[in-house]
Write a protein that binds this ligand. Structure first.
Ligand SMILES: [Zn+2]
Length: 54
C-alpha cells in the first residue's frame, strides 16, 4: 500500500500514513501529535521518507 506523508498545520509535525487508495479517498487524516485534522498532504511517495531533515 502507498505511504502518504502529511504535515500538521497546527503543530507542524510531519507524519506518515499507510492507506489503501480507498481509505485515502474517504478518511480525513489526523495528526498523531495533537489530534488536529488540519493537516496537509506532503510529498509524493517516491520521495525518500527517511532522508528528510526535520
Ligand atoms: Zn498536530
Amino acid at each position: 500500500m502507498p505511504v502518504y506523508d502529511y504535515v500538521c498545520l497546527d503543530c507542524h509535525k510531519t507524519f506518515e500514513l499507510v492507506l489503501s487508495l480507498n481509505e485515502h479517498d474517504n478518511e480525513s487524516p489526523k495528526c498523531p501529535e495533537c489530534g488536529s485534522t488540519n493537516v496537509e498532504q506532503e510529498a509524493a511517495e517516491f520521495f525518500a521518507v527517511t532522508s528528510r531533515k526535520s
